[in-house]
Design a binder for this molecule. Sequence first.
Ligand SMILES: [Fe+2]
Length: 212
Amino acid sequence: MTGPIDAITAMHNAFRKDMEGIDAAALGAARGQPGLEAALERFRFCNEVLVVHAHGEEIAVFPAVEAVAPLVAEAYEKDHRGLDAAFDALNEAVSAGDALATARATAAFKFHLDVHLYKEDTHLYRIFKERIPVPDQGKAVGIMAAEMPPERQPEFIAWLFPLIGDDDRENMLRILQMVSPPEAFAGVAQLVKRAVGDDWAELTRRIPELPA
Ligand SMILES: [Fe+2]
């Protein structure tokens, strides 16, 4: 059964995957490989989504965790400020056109992001899942989702779905279906269909009510 927390898992997997590609591009560029600019430039949108996601956690998830496990979330908020600093360092290196500094910055960003997401998945969200009733989990995830401005949704879907596997795609679609009015979900489904190309067939197999 898909639960609210599955949306978080899907997002975390997308961040990991995108950062893996960004870091690989930065390393390749530092070694003199041409044509990696677009792959590296993904760091901007990735970070935009990361900032929205982290802010959503701070206003919805962390206060909920604070109520059932005092003093835990504070450490994660500090991690988030570390992610902000990692982005600033990367942005500076890219602006300076320094390929070596850029590769060092993506490696540091990726390392911190991976450790942070691992801690959230296995510790913070374990507490969230074990100690918070599912309807309240849903409320928190709903507040997070509302942080993404509706006009950015097409870009967001075009970013998210190619980065994640079929299980995460299915979970995300089911959650979007639960929280969206039918007309809005029809639009979302079309955007996802465009984003995943031929993989749409697998999603319609898993969720038969999706349009062909
Ligand atoms: Fe986080």
